[in-house]
Write a protein of this length. Structure first.
Length: 644
């Protein structure tokens, strides 16, 4: 006899090498295959009832058959979408009346009313190999086979994993209890999975369920049959579980199981480096030698009940967050560790698979060597910064040297051009003016040509004067390249040589270097003021005064000329001229104040004041930093780097 089944009406059905039979009311067997299959061949593999009362029958030779309630037979192999030349190894019906058929070829069928078939294979997610056992619930089914355990529900397949990779291999018997516990009969023995762990695994695919295993050490006389596709586990109405092994039948009463043993006590026995034990200190910490990279940690469980079933998992906090499944191994190895604070944690199970509630811990402090210390890292950082500063300084010096060379070249070219203009064009033009003056003197004053010639000569004088200003401007050094008082003295003396007015320069206080940007702007302001005084004031005395004393730097330009017209003072500039407004803008840019004082016939005074904080470089500022700051400003287009 290879199969026994009881239908919902209470009829007992038998299957063997001769086919299908049932137990009659008088206790005698009734052959159900003679009329339809008088030459029945092959062992009957499975019997299961469907919702209509028909029976699914699987034969080793005839394939899948169906017996209707009226006694008629239907051969389904290769028809209506059923697989051809395949063997149904297990069949069952779920709570919704759907039939489930499992094949040894790794195929699962769901058959609904009207023979509506849904096929599941590895392509759809079925990965248990040959289907050996099914357990159906209300709207789900558990599938077990040669390579694992899965659940199929409305959301798809869910694979259950245990700490041991082989725990669910070769499962040919499968029962789901009303509490949600799973009982398996497989190659590893009889295995129980608690319902709470099953629910957690379904919610967290990465969770590995703990299992309780009954094997030969518990008195089990053998392991489940997996070569011959026969059902090896079932639950009877009284709640007891029945399991078959090749030479016996085993009964387990879940209600009568004793409480699980308490969780085990774990002992971390030693921490070693290079084969030498490192003793913990008074506070329990283990402090190996500085620079230690490899650790070996030995631990064990103090449970003496079946210690071979104890399972461990461990981790080293400070290095990792995930647990290592160590199975029964009682050593942990770590390599390539750096200095730092570590906490070794280890958990264990007892013989019933119950995990310890809290991990055993051991603190490990690995001190750094000098090359691993914070001091060494800070020194390296300082060295890198110093090297970077040195490279920046060298680069700045290169830039300044190039700027100085360009400045000398430009100044020499400006001087050469000024000399050429003075010696050729300006002198020649001056000679022509003198000749035309002689011609004008020969024209009678009564003739209109004399007046026209005088006006032309006056215009020529203005052109000569303007040309001298331009030549003077060319011969001057760029503003800001030397002390301001030297620039003013050189410019004032050059302008005085072309005019009847005298020039004098006054300096109060001890001269101090001005900020490069401020010096350049004030030099341009002073140049514009002196040009205006010499060209337009008709003064006899023009002066410039520089003051380095007091909380402000002050520049004052004065003349005793005709003064600035009131309308020009009111508008801030002459119509079509931008000298005064440009001077005021330059002073404002450096944070200073600009004033113009003048009265008709009483001369003019220009006052410029800049706060010392803006006028002078900061006290204690290093020259290299000043150069760096000036260079950065130049890159931003704010000032021109100081050459030389």
């Amino acid at each position: 006899m290879t199969r026994v089944a009881v239908d919902r009406a209470g009829t007992v059905w038998f299957g063997d090498a001769n086919g299908l039979s049932r137990l009659g009311p008088d206790g005698r067997n009734i052959d159900e295959r003679r009329g339809q299959f008088p030459d029945w061949r092959g062992t009957l593999l499975e019997i299961a009832e469907e919702r209509s009362g028909a029976l699914w029958v699987s034969s080793q030779v005839l394939g899948l058959l169906r017996r209707s309630p009226d006694g008629g037979w239907e051969r389904l192999e290769g028809k209506k979408g059923f697989p051809d030349r395949s063997h149904v190894t297990v069949a069952t019906m779920d709570g919704r009346g759907r039939s489930w058929l499992g094949y040894s070829e790794g195929i699962l069928l769901r058959v609904e009313d009207g023979d509506r078939i849904t096929r599941f294979t590895e392509k759809e997610g079925l990965r248990v190999g040959a289907v050996l056992a099914l357990a159906a619930g209300e709207s789900h089914v558990w599938i077990a086979g040669k390579r694992g355990l899965q659940r199929l529900d409305e959301s798809g397949f869910h694979e259950l994993r245990a700490a041991s990779a082989d725990a669910f291999n070769g499962v040919s018997g499968l029962v789901e209890t009303s509490q949600g516990d799973l009982w398996l009969n497989g190659a590893e023995g009889i295995t129980r999975i608690d319902g709470a762990d099953v629910r957690r695994a379904l919610a967290d695919p990465g969770y590995r369920v703990p299992v309780t295993t009954l094997d030969t050490s518990d008195g089990l006389p053998g392991r489940a049959e997996t070569m011959w596709p026969l059902r090896t586990a079932l639950q009877t109405p009284d709640g007891r579980l029945w399991f078959t092994v090749p030479s016996a039948v085993v009964v387990v009463d879940p209600a009568a199981r004793t409480n699980a043993a308490p969780p085990p006590v774990i002992d971390i026995q030693r921490v070693s480096t290079n084969g030498l034990r490192v003793a913990p200190g008074p506070d329990g910490r283990v402090v190996p030698a500085a620079g230690t990279r490899d650790l070996q940690i030995d631990y064990t469980s103090l449970s003496l009940a079946m210690p071979e079933r104890t399972r461990f998992k461990y981790r080293l906090r400070g290095l990792e967050t995930d647990w290592h499944e160590a199975e029964s191994r009682r050593q942990a190895f770590y390599s390539n560790l750096g200095p730092g604070h570590y906490v070794f944690e280890v958990l264990a199970t007892n013989a019933d698979g119950v995990w310890s509630r809290k991990p055993a811990t051991r603190v490990v402090e690995i001190p750094p060597t000098f090359l691993q210390s914070t001091v060494f890292r800070l020194l390296c950082a300082v060295l890198v910064l110093a090297l970077a500063a040195f490279l920046v300084l060298m680069r700045l010096r290169q830039l300044e040297a190039r700027a100085a060379e360009r400045y000398r070249t430009r100044l020499e070219e400006r001087t050469r051009i000024a000399q050429d203009l003075h010696d050729t064009l300006l002198q020649g033009f001056q000679g022509l003016v003198l000749r035309f003056q002689r011609v004008a003197w020969g024209i009678p004053e009564t003739l209109p040509a004399r007046a026209e010639m005088e006006r032309a000569l006056d215009r020529a004088d203005e052109i000569v004067i303007d040309g001298r200003y331009r030549i003077t401007d060319l011969r001057q050094a760029p503003p800001g390249s030397r002390p301001l008082e030297q620039t003013l003295e050189s410019l004032g003396n050059d302008l005085a040589s072309f005019h009847d007015a005298s020039f004098h320069l006054g300096v109060d206080g001890v001269p101090r270097p001005l900020d490069a940007g401020v010096c350049a702007e004030l030099a341009l302001v002073a140049r514009e003021g002196l040009f205006n005084a010499f060209q337009h004031s008709k003064a006899t005395r023009i002066g410039a005064h520089v003051s380095y004393s007091g909380p402000h730097f002050a520049l004052r330009i004065t003349d005793d000329g005709v003064g600035v017209p009131p309308e020009v003072q009111a508008d801030g500039q002459r119509p079509g001229h931008w000298g005064l407004s440009g001077m005021r803008d330059r002073v404002t840019r450096v944070g200073g104040s600009f004033q113009l004082r003048s009265a008709p016939g009483d001369g003019t005074e220009i006052l410029v004041s800049v706060p010392a904080a803006q006028a002078y470089p900061r006290v204690g500022e290093r020259p290299a930093f000043t150069s760096l700051q000036r260079w950065i400003r130049a890159l931003l287009g704010r000032v021109t780097p100081k050459p030389g």
